[in-house]
Design a protein around this ligand. Structure first.
Ligand code: ATP
Ligand code: MG
Ligand code: MG
Length: 432
């Protein structure tokens, strides 16, 4: 992909936009772009630099993303709506062509990584609630104030705030930003590997020196992943607006990542803001259990769409006939009675029973979570609660006392550690 029309190859220390930004290290990549941690010499802070592939269709997509992100930034001057902020954008000419670049506020790990850190066991419900409040705040802003549908909401596209000041990032800890190319960088790719290896080694050492919780939040694996979640302020932001659209200007029929796709999209029955609410429901379930709510697969005599519809009905009950037969694809999958043509026997398993039987939730936790989730998964899109309504749901303000107590205890432990360090210092002083 590093050829004409593709990605732009970046070296640590490379300058962008007339020298304003200096590349520090790679943060991630997608189908369309690579994303770099960069130092902004103008604001003396770190930013995420998203460098798009150069071919015309990618440039077109980036222009669209910039348009959406600009509307988002203009409508939220105080940057408090839980949606990623666009700081700047420009063109960068390289050997593979002209690349559109977006400068975004620097954020931390995605919720998908958080789920991995939980070893796919799911997060404590108190944490799930905090995350849900952030996502809903973002969705309410997009939907009600801007008229924008995200269309690709999922754990991967929600990033935590970076709890670490990048200047104290384990990889860069105690260092000032890289302001020029490291020595010997003209020798080509191998130098870069040496630098990366050095940085990784340094990171490992740093990890040993600081609390594992902080280390993990810098995106580094360590021995006890589940501990890294203790006492973390669970704030996050919605990102990746490459597929977002204005409800009044839709362009794609097939939207959303498969597992988070709403039934009206599967059936091609038209869509609106409520598709994001469906994806939100799937995401909240995944945060609480560590498993995807729906993971459809094709099988003998049926395709992925049909399996998906069957899974939805097994969990949520039979789809009302009017809805089942109401889409452009309905005739392919349903007969005129509203029954699936090729999957005949469904095994019904309600959400609260699933939470108790498979995920070992207490009866109370299961009932309360199901009461929050089931309305979001209504087959009738117009019956799903809006983000604004959802923010009023009592579930978001419930607290699990045992989890609270554990949290307090872990805070007390931290204070204790601080105290004993102080005492050690004192005794050293006395000895001296
Ligand atoms: P996709 O194929 O998913 O559409 P994309 O090319 O549009 O990918 P993004 O999903 O926006 O790119 O970003 C790719 C990755 O870069 C993300 O998964 C994340 O790891 C990282 N990333 C993106 N934006 C930020 C940010 N603001 N701060 C920190 N990391 C980021
Ligand atoms: Mg993405
Ligand atoms: Mg994208």
């Amino acid at each position: 992909s590093y050829r004409k029309g593709g990605y732009h190859a970046v070296r640590i220390g490379d300058l962008f936009n007339g020298g304003r930004y200096i590349a520090q290290r790679k943060l991630g990549w997608g189908q369309f772009s690579t994303v770099w941690l960069a130092y902004d010499t103008q604001s003396s802070s770190y930013v995420a630099l998203k460098i798009q592939k150069s071919a015309a269709q990618f440039a077109q997509a980036a222009l669209h993303e910039i348009e959406v992100l600009s509307a988002i930034a203009d409508g939220d001057p105080s940057n408090s709506k839980c949606v990623v902020r666009l700081i700047d954008h420009f063109k960068h000419a390289g050997p593979n062509g002209q690349h559109l670049c977006m400068v975004l506020e620097f954020l931390g790990d995605s919720l998908l990584k958080l789920i991995k850190y939980s070893r796919y066991k799911g997060l404590e419900l108190n944490k799930v609630r905090e995350i849900c409040k952030c996502i809903l705040t973002g969705l309410d802003y997009l939907h009600r104030e801007l008229g924008i549908i995200h269309t690709d909401l999922k754990p991967e596209n929600i990033l935590l705030f970076s709890t670490i000041d990048p200047s104290k990032d384990p990889i860069r800890s105690g260092q000032t930003p890289i302001l020029e190319k490291p020595e010997g960088s003209l020798n080509g790719g191998s130098t870069m590997n040496i630098i990366e290896k050095k940085l990784k080694r340094r990171a490992k050492r740093a990890v040993a020196n600081i609390s594992s919780r902080r280390a993990s939040m810098g995106g580094i694996e360590f021995q006890k992943p589940e501990r890294c979640l203790d006492g973390i302020d669970m704030r996050c932001k919605v990102v990746d607006f490459g597929n977002a659209c204005w409800a009044s200007k839709q362009f794609a029929e097939e939207i959303q990542t498969r597992q988070y796709r709403a039934p009206e999209v599967v059936l091609r029955a038209g869509y609106s803001f409520s598709v994001d609410m469906w994806s939100f429901g799937c995401t909240a379930f995944e945060l609480a259990t560590g498993d995807m709510l729906f993971a459809p697969k094709s099988g003998q005599g049926f395709n992925e769409d049909e399996d998906h519809l069957a899974l939805m009905m097994e969990l949520l009950g039979k789809m009302p006939r009017k809805i089942a037969i109401g889409g452009a694809r309905s005739k392919d999958y349903f007969d005129r009675h509203g029954d699936l043509k090729r999957i005949r026997r469904l095994k019904f398993w309600s959400l609260d029973r699933l939470l108790v039987d498979k995920y070992k939730f207490s009866e109370t936790d299961a009932r309360e979570l199901a009461e929050f989730l089931v309305p979001l998964l209504d087959f009738a899109p117009e019956k799903r609660p809006t983000a604004e309504q959802c923010l009023q749901h009592p579930w978001l303000n419930l607290r699990n006392a045992a989890q609270d107590e554990r949290e307090n205890k872990s805070n007390v432990e931290k204070v204790d550690v601080g105290m004993s360090k102080l005492q050690i210092k004192k005794s050293v002083l006395v000895i001296n």
